[in-house]
Design a protein around this ligand. Structure first.
Ligand code: ADP
Ligand code: MG
Length: 283
């Protein structure tokens, strides 16, 4: 903890809100709005992320755990600019000295941030890969988006990345649609890392994989994280995955962070009733 606390955060998120729908008199009341879970029964507005605030520190893995529908993917899509936030701020220490709200940037600047400063690995490989392109072509696409034009250099870098994620080099021209689920996720990871981003966003990357494959992919992520010191925001509904991977953890419920702290501490002494239930179901 002390070594983490000495560094400035690489990512700071402040009061991130994302709602679907315009709200009504009943639900417009901010923090004390009356909802059923994240949903206003009067007007149908969904409050997917409510006042999320947290920091990600250099070289740390921050876990985000919560049941299905708690807003984890919405948070990730917001940070990767797949979806516009309703309100809120986010700052990257490596972008404009950490002084400019990412959500207030032009779409061109947001594209720059996506391509240079962040990598995303989606739960569904269809969202992150072109299944008909070659694997190395998928990686090259991301490098081209970041301004690379040197084909030979991209070929070398792409091969190196595929090797790192244990895709045999002789399969680099093959399309991900021919690959197993675990291999597809490894191609996604290689693609996400292609421009050496300081931050990786990982959304349920092993959900749906066989247990042995899951362990294998998590192991790879952990290895890359240690070797390259990448900061990671890692989402899972599975506290077992979080326990294995995350230094610190946010617990989400109905669009809110209900608890955050060191993963070990949360597991040993969960404070919120929902977290207690999660921890007990793990035992
Ligand atoms: P999680 O990833 O934790 O399972 P999501 O972020 O996918 O949760 O969803 C959070 C909530 O937001 C859910 O109630 C979901 O139905 C709602 N939601 C997500 N996307 C949309 C959308 N495009 N329109 C309306 N509601 C949405
Ligand atoms: Mg999700």
């Amino acid at each position: 903890m002390s070594s983490l606390a000495m560094d400035a955060p690489i990512l700071t998120v402040h009061d991130l809100n994302k709602q679907f729908g315009d709200g009504c008199i009943r639900c417009a009341g901010g923090a004390d709005r009356r909802l059923e879970k994240n949903y206003c029964p009067a007007c149908g507005t969904v409050y997917s992320c409510q006042n999320l605030s947290f920091e990600l520190y250099p070289g740390e893995v921050l876990g985000v755990v919560g049941e299905s529908g708690s807003g984890k993917s919405t948070l990730m899509r917001a940070l990767y600019f797949d979806q516009q936030v309703t309100s809120g701020e986010a700052y990257l220490s490596c972008y404009k000295d950490g002084l400019s709200n990412l959500f207030a940037q032009s779409s061109q600047q947001q594209r720059y941030i996506r391509n240079h400063l962040m990598g995303m690995v989606y739960q569904n490989p269809l969202a992150g890969l072109r299944m008909g392109f070659s694997s190395i072509g998928n990686i090259a696409e991301k490098m081209i988006a970041a301004g690379n034009r040197n084909v030979a250099a991209m070929e070398t870098r792409g091969s190196d990345l595929l090797e790192r994620v244990h895709i045999p080099l002789y399969r680099r021209k093959e399309a991900p649609k021919n690959f197993s689920g675990g291999m597809q996720q490894r191609v996604q990871i290689a693609k996400a890392m292609s421009n050496n981003p300081p931050i990786l966003l990982l959304d349920e990357v092993t959900t749906g994989l066989d247990l042995s494959v899951q362990a294998n992919v998590l192991d790879l992520i952990k290895h890359l994280q240690r070797e390259l010191g990448i900061s990671m925001l890692l989402v899972s509904h599975d506290l077992g995955v979080i326990r294995m991977m995350a230094d610190r953890t946010l617990v989400m419920l109905d669009g809110k962070v209900v608890e955050q702290g060191l993963t070990d501490q949360i597991l040993e002494d969960p404070q919120h009733a929902y977290t207690q239930q999660l921890v007990h179901s793990l035992l």
